[in-house]
Design a protein around this ligand. Structure first.
Ligand code: GH3
Ligand code: MG
Ligand code: MG
Ligand code: MG
Length: 302
C-alpha cells in the first residue's frame, strides 16, 4: 500500500534551492511547502511532517533564532523533526543544531543521502505520532465505560481516593451523589435490553450536562451512577442533585423518545464527623440512596 507523501516545510528565504529540492525529493514521497521567513515557518510547523532549514542566505543571527524557535526544548517529539542544511565551516550553527536535537546535513549535499535522511526522519516522526495517538486512545478507553462513555468504576474509585486525600489535606469540602434509576428492570422487561441500553446512555449524557466540568460522572454499576463534586459542600451538592434528578425525569428517552425514567439519589459530604475515609463517604451516600428508594423513589436523601 502506498503511503501518503510527507509534507516537508522548506524554510529558504532566498528560494535558490527550491527547484533543486523539488527535483531531488520527488512528488511521490514529498509534498513541499515553502516559507520565506521565520514567522511564516513557525505558523506552518503544526501542519507538516518535517522542516528543512536552509539558512544559506540568511544572516547567522536570524538562522540561530529560527532554529531555536523551531526546536522548543521541553516536550520532545511533539514537534516535527527539523533538519538543517549547514555549510561545514559554520561550526556555531552545526553545534546549535545538534544541541537542539535537530539533524544536520552538510553542504554540498548528496542528493540520495538528503532524500534518504529526510525520508527516514519524517517516517519516524509519523510513526511516533501514530503511536502517540494510539496510546492516548488506550488511555481514554481504560478510564471510560464502554456503554455510556462516562468514566468507569475503576477510575471513579481512584479519583474518589485522590479527591478525598486532597480535601483532607487542604481543608476543602468534597461531595458525592449516588444515582440509581428507579424500576429500571421494567424498562428492560417491557422494551428490551437494547432500549434499556439506550436509556442508560441518555441518562449518562443528562448527568454529564447537569454538572460542572470539574465534577466527575462515572457509571458505578448496572444502572447506577456516581458523581464526585470536588470543592463542593452539602448545600451545593443538594442543588446539583436536584438538577440531576429533574434532568433525568424530564428526559424523553429510548426509541422515539417514548420512555420516561426517574432516579433516586443519595448525597454525602465531607467534612462530617462520621466521615473519615473515602469508604465512609461512599457508604453514607449509599445508605442515603437506600432511604430515597424506601421513601418512594424519584427523590434525594442525605
Ligand atoms: P429500583 O428502583 O429498586 O432500583 O429497581 P430496579 O429495577 O432499577 O433495580 P434492580 O437493581 O433490581 O435492577 C436493576 C436493573 O438494571 C436490572 C438489570 O437488568 C438492569 N441493568 C443493569 N445493567 C444494565 C445494562 O447494562 N443494560 C441494561 N439494558 N440494563 C441493565
Ligand atoms: Mg437495585
Ligand atoms: Mg435501580
Ligand atoms: Mg441498582
Amino acid at each position: 500500500m502506498k503511503t501518503k507523501p510527507f509534507t516537508l516545510l522548506v524554510v529558504d528565504d532566498s528560494q535558490a534551492l527550491l527547484p533543486h529540492l523539488v527535483r531531488t525529493l520527488g512528488p511521490e514521497d514529498f509534498a513541499l511547502r515553502v516559507a520565506r521567513s521565520g514567522p511564516e515557518a513557525l505558523g506552518l510547523t503544526q501542519e507538516v511532517d518535517g522542516v528543512l532549514l536552509c539558512p544559506g542566505e540568511t544572516n547567522p543571527t536570524e538562522a540561530h533564532a529560527l532554529l531555536e524557535a523551531l526546536t522548543p526544548p521541553a516536550p520532545t517529539s511533539s514537534r516535527p523533526p527539523v533538519l538543517v542544511l549547514s555549510p561545514p565551516e559554520d561550526k556555531a550553527l552545526r553545534l546549535a543544531a545538534l544541541r537542539r536535537g535537530a539533524e544536520l546535513i552538510l553542504t554540498p549535499w548528496d542528493e540520495e543521502e538528503l532524500r534518504l535522511r529526510l525520508y527516514r526522519s519524517l517516517e519516524t516522526y509519523r510513526k511516533w505520532t501514530e503511536l502517540h495517538s494510539q496510546v492516548e486512545e488506550l488511555r481514554r478507553l481504560a478510564v471510560t465505560d464502554g456503554l455510556t462513555q462516562v468514566h468507569n468504576h475503576r477510575y471513579f474509585q481512584e479519583r474518589l481516593r485522590e479527591e478525598f486525600r486532597r480535601a483532607q489535606r487542604y481543608d476543602e469540602s468534597l461531595s458525592l451523589i449516588l444515582v440509581d434509576l428507579d424500576h429500571f428492570k421494567n424498562i428492560n422487561d417491557g422494551h428490551g435490553h437494547g432500549a434499556g441500553d439506550r436509556v442508560l446512555r441518555e441518562v449518562a449524557a443528562s448527568l454529564q450536562h447537569s454538572v460542572r466540568e470539574t465534577d466527575l460522572v462515572a457509571r458505578y454499576g448496572g444502572e447506577e451512577f456516581a458523581i464526585l463534586l470536588p470543592c463542593t459542600h452539602l448545600p451545593g451538592a443538594l442543588t446539583v442533585a436536584e438538577r440531576v434528578r429533574r434532568g433525568v425525569s424530564d428526559l424523553h428517552a429510548g426509541p422515539e423518545g417514548a420512555l420516561r425514567v426517574t432516579a433516586s439519589l443519595g448525597v454525602s459530604s465531607f467534612p462530617h464527623r462520621a466521615i473519615l475515609t473515602p469508604e465512609q463517604l461512599l457508604l453514607t451516600a449509599d445508605e442515603a440512596l437506600y432511604r430515597a428508594k424506601r421513601e418512594g423513589r424519584d427523590r434525594i436523601c442525605l
